[in-house]
Design a protein around this ligand. Structure first.
Ligand code: PLP
Length: 341
């Protein structure tokens, strides 16, 4: 049995075509992916709308899952449609109003040579309620970030357009380092010395009204939230730019914020530059972004994003996959609800 106060869990997860009780374990400890990180995954969210829960940009996430599998040279034993349908079914089985959804494809039990010729590819999908990744207060008040002393893996070393399990050891180590040093989150520079990304978030800045983010060529994962926010910003009439962001540009921005499925839109209000690995903590320099409070454009985009994912902006409704066929059907299972923004 698996019980922890830190994992809310759900009723069931889905594993290889079956629904399994959440607290039940199914895997062998010699599973290939456990040893070598040979997995690919997605992080998806579902939000409550007036028509019941809806999954945000589900097909784009499943497309990226297949892209990640291709980068891993992994054959997926399911079709995209089967996975999409399973995600929606699992939301219904667990009777969730909102959720974080995690599909994971991995090499399972078979052999432990680096080439998993006898280890089959298996799929597990879980979903559970998960609040703001960096905390609700972070979303409201903004976060203090550390520019980390490690450089993001370079895109010439590994394909960062894929979400490969093993690559996330860098995210784990850097995110933990930043928190242990007293910061809310870290940001990695790339090998060129410019801003790359957070351990699980993309970066935006605002300067003189222009909303800017960096491209995949800067050794980042081009997140689905990032592309949504770019579209939402353009739709709202803000000029946007995609280009490299230097440390100086970042520090002197009027506004800055993280985007990500987990982090949603989280303002960055303070920065400490610890990016030179040869300086000690006493020599780190501290900066305030803009006025040190979440900026107006960031707050506006966060409101628009929140409305988008909750089905309140018709121009973006095509990004939603409703879990139930109608509000009535959703109400019959979930009881009465209202979609707060
Ligand atoms: C390294 C990294 N960058 C950026 C993101 C943001 O991507 P998305 O908006 O698709 O969640 C994530 C989260 O998946 C991530 O892991």
């Amino acid at each position: 049995m698996f019980e922890t106060t830190h994992f809310p869990g759900a009723k069931k997860y889905w594993y290889n075509g079956r629904l399994v009780d959440w607290n039940r374990a199914e895997l062998h400890v010699m599973t290939h992916a456990l040893h070598y990180g040979t997995s690919v995954f997605e992080g998806i969210r579902a939000y409550l709308t007036d028509r019941g829960p809806a999954v945000f940009r589900l097909s784009e996430h499943i497309d990226r899952l297949f892209h990640s599998a291709e980068v891993m040279r992994m054959e997926v034993p399911y079709s995209k449609k089967e996975i999409v349908d399973t995600v929606l079914e699992l939301m219904r089985v667990n009777e969730l109003k909102s959720a974080y959804i995690r599909p994971l494809l991995f090499y399972s039990y078979g052999n432990l040579g680096l080439v998993p010729h006898s280890a089959p590819v298996e799929l597990v999908i879980g979903c559970w309620e998960w609040g703001a990744y960096l905390g609700e207060e972070a979303k409201q008040k903004g976060v203090h970030v550390l520019l980390l002393p490690w450089r993001r893996f370079h895109r010439s070393q590994i394909d960062l357009s894929a979400k490969l399990g093993g690559v996330y050891v860098q995210s784990k180590i850097t995110a933990e380092f930043a928190r242990r040093q007293g910061f809310n989150e870290g940001i990695m520079l790339n090998l060129e010395g410019r801003i790359a990304e957070g351990p699980g978030e993309n970066i935006f800045i605002v300067k003189e009204g222009v909303v800017k983010t960096n491209p995949g060529s800067e050794s980042i994962l081009e997140g689905i939230t990032r592309s949504s926010v770019l579209e939402i910003a353009r739709d709202a009439g803000y000029p946007t730019e995609v280009g490299p962001i230097s440390v100086e540009e970042f520090i002197s921005a009027d506004e800055a914020f993280f985007t990500g499925t987990a982090a949603e839109i989280t303002p960055i209000t303070r920065v400490t530059d610890g990016s030179n690995p040869n300086t000690s903590r006493e020599d780190w320099k501290h900066y305030t972004i803009g006025d040190g409070v979440p900026g107006g454009i960031c707050r506006h985009l966060a409101t628009l994003y929140s409305k988008t994912v909750r089905g309140q902006l018709p121009q973006f409704e095509h990004w939603l996959s409703y879990v139930y066929r109608s509000r009535e059907e959703a109400q019959a299972v979930l009881g009465s609800f209202s979609a707060a923004s």
